[in-house]
Design a binder for this molecule. Structure first.
Ligand code: HEC
Length: 152
């Protein structure tokens, strides 16, 4: 009797151990530690899709562009992006390359939520209104509407 029950116990224990081993392997694959390439800190470069979002209420508004330029200097965007946004520690905002998309919504999002490699999130510090004006200013660069364009 004693031998039989210990034999049964051994079988149960064996099954439990194998069962556990099996389950933990499974859960790691399904929802345990996520795979490294699935983990990103903040938004990742390159728009997967064109953002559909609100359009800037200040596009083409000269007074707003001038204010945007003032904010750009006041909030020291120029400290990282250069006096006329030609680039520095941060990327140029004058060139043709947009790391995170060029639509109004993308640029607003870059400023508001920040970007992974060193761009501050301003959304908690500035009213939306000011972020839209900054967006309008950034998007006016290299166009005839740009306030205070650098001398060529
Ligand atoms: C501390 C330095 C720093 C400051 C201050 C800063 N930026 Fe940036 N900004 C960056 C860096 C670095 C990136 C690129 C981030 C990346 O590649 O992930 C960036 C990216 C951006 C982008 C996206 C550019 C693209 O190609 O898609 C915009 C737009 C932008 N900044 C606007 C602003 C504005 C407007 C301000 C001021 C309110 C500002 N930044 C202040 C460092 C800064």
């Amino acid at each position: 009797m004693f031998r039989l029950s210990s034999f049964v116990l051994a079988i149960i224990a064996g099954a439990a151990i194998t069962g556990c081993g099996w389950r933990s392997q499974d859960s790691a694959a399904e929802g345990g530690a996520p795979a490294l390439n699935a983990t990103s800190i903040g938004p990742v470069p390159g728009p997967a899709t064109q953002a559909v979002g609100p359009h800037n209420p200040y596009n083409q508004d000269h007074a707003a562009l001038t204010e945007g330029r003032q904010f750009f200097v006041r909030y020291n965007c120029s400290g990282c992006h250069g006096g006329h946004a030609g680039g520095g520690m941060g990327p140029s905002l004058r060139d043709e390359v947009w790391l995170y998309g060029d639509s109004d919504a993308h640029v607003f999002d870059s400023i508001s939520r920040g970007r992974a490699r060193g761009m501050t999130a301003w959304g908690t510090k500035l009213p939306q209104d000011e972020i839209w004006k900054l967006t309008a200013y950034v998007k006016s660069l290299r166009t005839p509407l740009e306030p205070e364009a650098p001398e060529q």
